[in-house]
Design a protein. Structure first.
Ligand SMILES: [Zn+2]
Length: 347
């Protein structure tokens, strides 16, 4: 349940269901490694199945993997269910078309209308698809948005980097003409820190170079560690927290370089939207580095960079930034709430 006064409501009854027969609820969080399913309400048990993904089945064709996914979901959804799917891919929130997901379907870049295929297979089910960052945002907002919260964002710094912003006052999640919002990981990143040009030209998973994800994502951290010549670059996720705790100057330098563009993103967000009252930060990189990451972002955001950005003190940042612990934000829990938001997912 949300804090008092927020506009998040309990999910309304599905209007397509016959009167007197409450819709079954079916939710799934689909990633490259696992598909987590829940049939029933928020309190029903979660079932975890291996994902029919490229990650698990490198030998299978994309067509086969997609067919396996459709089969898995359409086999599991109860008759007449209201189904809400959280999908680990860039997705058109207006149609349910999946633009691409390397862990699920490899380098296949042709859009795939997963929602249409599910509706064809199981027309009795009401299918709703959203990106997993959107689903995480809904869960984060439900827990953390207070009565005065106007807009809330969730930023994931993980194997990729993405951001979603919801307008809590109007229960809206604005998207562009392609049904997307906040794919910030693939924005070009300015290397403005002294010495940061050592990271120039690093590749991104999308094939370009010098993107935010080139440097600041999990794989980006490994690439940056290689550039800095760290002998433990391949084990950066395991070794960095300990090296930071031990005061290793190379580890410190790596953290500073990789957190800088994320701090710059946050600074820009607040400059453009002063009503962005709350930002949650999660994902494997942020959660794995924990207090080190939080302290570095806060240190940077405290510093004045110009007359327009005078820096933010501890109290200001305490009110607006939430660093999420592992497991604290759950896309499966969040996607249950999509029915409340769907009329507001809009161009
Ligand atoms: Zn990119």
């Amino acid at each position: 349940m949300t804090r008092a006064g927020t506009p998040l409501r309990d999910a309304p009854e599905d209007r397509r269901t016959a009167p007197g027969a409450p819709a079954a609820t079916f939710a799934a969080d689909i990633g490259g490694t696992w598909v987590r399913l829940r049939t029933g309400g928020q309190d029903a048990p979660v079932e975890r199945l291996p994902s029919p993904s490229r990650l698990r089945h490198p030998d299978r064709s994309t067509a086969r993997l997609r067919a396996d996914m459709v089969e898995l979901l359409s086999d599991r959804a109860p008759a007449g269910a209201r189904a809400a799917l959280s999908f680990g891919a860039a997705i058109d929130h207006l149609t349910g078309t999946v633009y691409g997901s390397a862990p699920l379907w490899g380098a296949e870049s042709a859009p795939y209308d997963l929602a249409a295929e599910l509706r064809r297979r199981r027309p009795d089910v009401t299918w709703h698809l959203v990106n997993d960052v959107t689903a995480a945002l809904l869960d984060f907002a439900a827990v953390h948005a207070g009565p005065g919260t106007r807009r809330v964002a969730y930023l994931t710094v993980s194997s990729g980097i993405a951001l979603r912003i919801a307008d809590v006052e109007r229960t809206r999640i604005p998207v562009d003409a392609r049904g997307l919002q906040g794919e910030v990981g693939h924005l070009p990143v300015p290397l403005t820190d002294p010495g940061a040009d050592v990271l120039a030209g690093l590749p991104c998973e999308c094939g370009a170079t010098d993107h935010l994800a080139s440097i600041a994502s999990g794989p980006g951290l490994t690439r940056a560690a290689h550039r800095l010549g760290l002998p433990w670059a391949e084990q950066v996720a395991d070794r960095l927290p300990g090296a930071l705790a031990a005061g290793d100057p190379d580890a410190r330098r790596l953290l500073e370089l990789c957190a800088a563009p994320v701090a710059q993103l946050l600074r820009t967000l607040w400059c453009l939207d002063p009503h962005l009252d709350l930002i949650g930060i999660g994902g494997g990189v942020a959660e794995g580095l924990g207090g080190h990451y939080a302290a570095e972002l806060r240190r940077r955001l405290a510093a004045a960079t110009s007359y327009a950005d005078r820096g933010h003190d501890d109290a200001w940042l305490d009110d607006r930034l939430v660093f999420c612990a592992p497991g604290q934000v759950d896309p499966l829990r969040g996607v249950h709430r999509i029915g409340d938001w769907l009329p507001g997912v809009t161009r």
